[in-house]
Design a protein around this ligand. Structure first.
Ligand SMILES: C[S@@+](CC[C@H](N)C(=O)[O-])C[C@H]1O[C@@H](n2cnc3c(N)ncnc32)[C@H](O)[C@@H]1O
Length: 368
């Protein structure tokens, strides 16, 4: 495929599609992202603002990929949906698709797009694809099922002009991910910056990497190890938790690397999609049922492009499930500071959240 990448960030799609496909255009407004893209894909033209990308820039492409900005559709954003200025930028994907009619449009975003803002942003995606006469399929996939020790449930949407995208995204119905059973003989990931309203406790993996604060302060998760140590991953380990090689973002200013990595699409999930595109197979219609009404769209669905929309009962892990585990890898860590840890413990003690027995006591023991 000849790929045009919009909102390229630090290049998760490009890293995942790899050598098999050719990226012909990159795009990102953030200079830190462009630093990385120039370093990693030095021969590929790069346009700064998506609003300036013209159909004539992309005529030779047959695939558009876009992990469009998620702030307006994520739970932590303002939830303004398409009224928000950032997520509304996805309209440029369809503006360019209408003019150039690529074979595929591939989108990625947070899975809360299914219900934030009454599910209207996802409704817009279905509708916009159908207006172009494209069939579409979407599916929620968890990066943890692709060998990464990071829980990261994300929304993947493929629209196609001349083939059934269900044969790519839905043909492997997958298997259930094991339950997140906390067992303190294994590492436990959590967000030390939270404590009052959430904590993201995750067994033998980290909760989703985040963009960090809007002023660029890194916000890495922490891990309680069975020996009582409380650590945070180095930025190189965070890159590996997204499937990038260590040092992938080193061309960017150090304090902005966390944001780039937290924003990225997980590389092995894109690799899986790429493999599925190379070997499409029929999907099982018996797994489909009528599409429920808003405000919560199902975890996976399909549309024929002519108005028929179906919910599809597939799993968040493919049948090749390779569960990522911190305890199975050799990762690099630094200690979480006492100040940060005691702040978390104090917030957690004041909160009404339920913590598994022994968890906060282990953290307090480390402080003592
Ligand atoms: C969710 S991130 C995409 C991450 C990317 N898929 C990756 O793997 O790294 C969204 C990106 O959109 C970029 N962006 C926001 N507004 C933009 C605009 N007007 N033009 C181009 N890029 C924009 C942001 O800088 C950010 O890097």
């Amino acid at each position: 495929m000849r790929i045009v990448s919009l909102f390229s960030g630090c290049g998760g799609f490009e890293a995942g599609f790899g050598e098999l496909h050719k990226t012909v255009l990159l795009n990102d407004i953030a200079s830190s992202a462009r630093d990385v893209l120039r370093e990693r894909f030095s021969n590929v033209p790069l346009i700064e603002d998506v609003r300036n990308v013209q159909p004539s820039d992309i005529t030779s492409a047959d695939t558009l990929v876009a992990g469009f900005p998620c702030q307006d559709v994520s739970i932590v954003g303002g939830q303004r949906g398409l009224a928000g200025t950032r997520s509304a930028l996805v309209e440029h994907v369809f503006r360019l698709a209408a003019a150039t009619r690529p074979s595929y449009i591939i989108l990625e975003n947070v899975q809360s797009i299914r219900f934030v803002h009454g599910g209207r942003v996802l409704l817009y995606l279905m509708y916009a694809a159908e207006q172009l006469g494209y069939s579409w399929a979407y599916r929620t996939l968890d990066s943890r099922a692709f060998g990464l020790p990071q829980r990261r449930r994300r929304f993947y949407f493929i629209a196609s002009r001349n083939s059934d995208p269900g044969e790519v995204l839905l043909s492997d119905a997958g298997i259930p991910l094991p339950a997140n059973l906390l067992d303190q003989s294994l590492p436990v990931g959590f967000y030390w910056t939270e404590g009052r309203s959430g904590h993201g406790l995750t067994a033998d993996a980290i909760p989703p990497l985040k963009t960090g604060s809007s002023i660029g302060i890194p916000s890495p998760p922490a891990v309680l190890f069975p020996d009582g140590g409380v650590k945070v991953p180095t930025i190189e380990t965070a890159e590996r938790f997204q499937g990038f090689p260590e040092g992938w973002t080193e061309a960017a200013p150090p304090r902005l690397r966390w944001g780039l990595v937290g924003n990225a699409v997980s590389v092995p999930v894109v690799r899986w999609i790429s493999d599925q595109i190379n070997s499409p197979a029929p999907w099982d219609r018996k797994l489909s049922s009528p599409m429920p009404d808003r405000p919560i769209w199902p975890l996976a669905a399909w549309g024929d492009g002519r108005g028929l929309r179906l919910a599809v009962n597939v799993q968040e892990a493919p049948s090749s499930l390779d569960l990522g585990r911190i305890s199975h890898g050799n990762y690099s860590w630094t200690d979480l500071s006492d100040r940060a840890l005691s702040g978390f413990v104090n917030r957690a003690r004041e909160s009404r959240l339920l913590y598994p027995g022994g968890f906060l006591e282990h953290l307090e023991a480390r402080l003592r």
